[in-house]
Design a protein around this ligand. Structure first.
Ligand code: PHE
Length: 356
């Protein structure tokens, strides 16, 4: 290679390694390989040479062009990799830091309570199931062992809708989330472990009742499931939800048509101060029981082989207790002052240890 080519190569290689970014790199590329780049001009000058000299010079120039092109490309890749590494280092997020305070847009306390309930039961292996708000009479009552003239129907002030099917049975706005027990059992064979947060409806309106409210149902079906499993599961849940590891929990015999035996679950509190976990009083917090054999059979499950438990709780109720809210109505009034006070940070995930 002649001296001028050797120095073109040396200078280009030195300039490339000095180029700190892609702009400097591009200027070098254009200066060598561009339309009036140094190598391009040398190639253009070939035409003026005698044929013998042209062949030797042409070969040398071609070799040099390939080497320079390779060096230029290699430098581009290196600069791009550096740029990416710098960007990644600059944009690193420390996920262990607490989230910044939310300035706009908070999570409604009902949504937050649902998220917490789902997080706690999720950790126990439950999945979330859903069903329609408008239910058939059979899913809401019949399959749950509440026949047509059962007094339990009168207890629940039901909103009825005109019948949709030829059998003339009315549709209802579901009065509880329990019809999703039926839907879950019909949709997949056991074992089953689901929770069902959702809207429910009863014709009732005062400081502690709203015609639309929220419940969360739970259903576990398996082999060898006992009352002990029900108790352990609900004690663990309540202690996690209220973030009180020693929260007193009491099971009190009760009646629901769809469970046998049935139990009301109470937590310890102080009636005077409203303090959860303290004092000598008991507060009813949810309904539960072993799924009635008739309900299992209605859903195509053999009660001699499978058994399970179910429970249902009011979400407003547990949210009110957790946050010391005494009136139900502001939950639905969209008063921004109330929402700002009781709303929670959307950037902070629902934690099991989030306490009172
Ligand atoms: N569905 C009942 C209610 O609305 C609660 C419940 C659910 C009780 C499951 C027992 C088992 O009051």
């Amino acid at each position: 290679m002649t001296d001028d080519l050797a120095s073109l190569e040396a200078e280009t290689v030195a300039a490339l390694s000095a180029a700190g970014d892609l702009r400097a790199w591009d200027a070098i590329r254009v200066g060598v390989l561009g339309k009036s780049g140094r190598l391009t001009l040398l190639l253009k000058a070939l035409g003026a040479l005698a044929p013998e000299a042209r062949r030797a010079r042409g070969e040398a120039l071609n070799v040099l062009r390939d080497r320079l092109a390779a060096a230029i490309e290699a430098r581009r890749l290196a600069l791009e990799a550096d740029a990416l590494a710098a960007r990644l280092a600059g944009e690193r997020i420390d996920i262990t830091l607490p989230p910044p305070p939310a300035t706009e847009g908070l999570i409604h306390p009902i949504s937050r309570a649902m998220e917490e309930i789902v997080a706690i039961f999720g950790a126990m292996g439950f999945t979330v199931a859903e069903g329609p708000d408008i239910e058939t009479d059979w899913h809401n009552f019949g399959a749950l062992n509440i026949p047509a003239h059962h007094p339990a129907r009168a207890d629940l002030d039901t909103f009825y809708l005109p019948p949709a099917e030829a059998d003339g049975a009315p549709l209802v706005l579901r009065t509880h989330t329990s019809p999703v027990q039926v839907r879950s059992m019909l949709s997949a064979p056991p074992p089953i472990r689901v929770i069902v947060p959702g809207r429910t409806y009863r014709a009732d309106h005062d400081a502690t009742h709203s015609p639309m409210f929220h419940q969360c149902e739970g259903l576990v079906i398996g082999q060898g499931i006992t009352l002990g499993h029900l108790k352990g599961c609900l004690i663990d849940f309540l202690r996690a939800f209220f973030a009180l590891p020693d929260l007193p929990v009491r099971f009190r015999s009760s009646y629901f048509p769809f469970t046998e035996p049935s139990m009301e679950v109470d937590i310890g509190w102080d009636r005077k101060s409203g303090e959860i976990g303290g004092g000598k009083d008991w507060l009813e917090i949810l309904g539960s029981g072993m799924v009635h054999p008739k309900v299992l059979a209605n859903c195509g499950i053999d009660p001699r082989e499978w058994q399970g438990f179910a429970f249902g709780m009011g979400i407003e109720r547990v949210a009110m207790l957790k946050h010391g809210i005494t009136d139900l109505r502001p939950f639905y009034e969209s008063d921004l002052r109330w929402l700002r006070h009781y709303g929670s940070n959307p950037l902070a995930p629902a934690m099991l240890h989030e306490g009172l």
